[in-house]
Design a binder for this molecule. Structure first.
Ligand code: SF4
Ligand code: F3S
Ligand code: FES
Length: 248
């Protein structure tokens, strides 16, 4: 008989990659846990149950539990995804979890995407470089065309989870590749009429093999992005503009 009021009876086996790089004597290993699936169970709920009831040493990250903060990204059966938005019922009875590759490992399923995202943002200067007259605080900011605002907003939905980078073959080969997340940011600032930068400025930032010319159109980024950002189209726009710029 079921022990939980919400249990649906299925037993799930979790195979989780464990490793604490801070502990000198630790080695990477798979560890198995079993628990009973409950209705509406997400990987967030399952991992918390494992940590509460079976293994308090298990490391993983969550903040919002709602697909907003980007901190719970991990490899779920080999595919990058958000643990808080993944229902166990959509997976098999045996689930393999591993930390996102590419990023600095903190321990077990926890990686330091924030450090990489910050460095990438500083490198690509992902903030509005205001035109001079807009610094005049006595002026009322011009109204933006709602359609354009909507296009910018769509690209701003990126939660910097790192799934696109973890799934990208180019990122595995080039550690300085800015990834789809970086190219999406360039696409976003190119659209913004408040930004004074020109394509010549963007060419300086991403007009090389660590930028848009390193992208081999593998499109895993587009497939795994949990926010369904139109990454393939945006990368194509940036590439076209940078090719044109290269000939000017
Ligand atoms: Fe995550 Fe998508 Fe942003 Fe990449 S582009 S960091 S996959 S939300
Ligand atoms: Fe990588 Fe996406 Fe380009 S997966 S190679 S950034 S299309
Ligand atoms: Fe914030 Fe999953 S916990 S996106």
């Amino acid at each position: 008989m079921s022990t939980s009021p919400h249990a649906n009876g299925r037993k799930i086996r979790f195979n989780i990659l464990r490793y604490n790089p801070q502990a000198a004597d630790d080695v990477p290993r798979m560890q198995a846990y079993e628990l009973e699936e409950a209705d509406g169970m997400t990987l967030f709920i399952a991992l918390n149950e494992i940590r509460d009831k079976q293994d308090p040493s298990l490391q993983f990250d969550f903040v919002c539990r709602a697909g907003i903060c980007g901190s719970c990204a991990m490899l779920i059966d080999g595919r990058p995804g958000l643990a808080c938005r993944t229902l166990t019922k959509n997976l098999g009875a045996e689930i393999t979890l591993a930390p996102l590759p590419f990023f600095e490992l903190i321990g077990d399923l926890s990686v330091n995407t924030g450090k990489w995202m910050r460095a990438m943002s500083e490198r690509l200067q992902t903030w509005v470089h205001a035109r001079e007259q807009e610094v005049d605080l006595t002026r009322i900011e011009e109204r933006m065309d709602p359609e354009l605002a909507e296009k910018i907003y769509e690209l701003d939905r990126c939660i910097e989870c790192g799934c696109c980078v973890a799934g990208c073959g180019t990122a595995r080969m080039r550690e300085d590749f800015v990834g789809a997340v970086g190219l999406n940011k360039i696409a976003r600032f190119r659209l913004d009429p408040r930004d004074a930068r020109t394509d010549a400025d963007y060419y300086e930032l991403v007009g090389d093999d660590d930028g848009v010319f390193g992208c081999m159109s593998l499109l895993a980024c587009h497939d795994v992005c949990p926010k369904n950002l139109p990454l393939a189209t945006q990368i194509a726009f940036v590439r076209r503009a940078m090719v044109k710029q290269g000939f000017e």
